[in-house]
Design a protein around this ligand. Structure first.
Ligand SMILES: [Zn+2]
Length: 109
């Protein structure tokens, strides 16, 4: 006898557009215009000098209404990751269930 097991996994991911995430045409224009002063500026996250235009991000403020300046890509991604981690940590509520067991002992006399 032969048994065949078929496993189907479906993964659905939703990705917002570049504009919805704050990286649309307006961001690209602002980034290009600011690129001329990137090298030599201080990273908005770690404060170290930006040495090259490679591996840098034009860093948004937290509500994405403006820019903080240039940041190393690593520093900016770490800041985003830390922020996401903080949000997750504060929105997860822990539920504790308490179970009470009552035992009745009956003695036969
Ligand atoms: Zn940095």
């Amino acid at each position: 006898m032969t048994t065949t097991v078929t496993k189907t996994t479906t993964k659905t991911t939703t990705k917002s557009s570049t504009t919805a995430r704050g990286y649309g045409w307006e961001h690209q224009k602002a980034r290009k215009a600011a690129l001329v002063w990137a090298v030599g500026s201080d990273c908005t996250r770690c404060g170290e000098k930006i040495e090259s235009t490679k591996g840098i991000h034009y860093d948004h403020n937290d509500d994405r209404t403006g820019y903080l300046g240039w940041a190393h890509a690593y520093c900016n991604c770490k800041a985003g990751s830390d922020k996401a981690h903080r949000i997750r940590r504060t929105t997860v509520t822990k539920t504790t269930t308490t179970t009470t067991i009552t035992t009745t002992i009956t003695e036969e006399i």
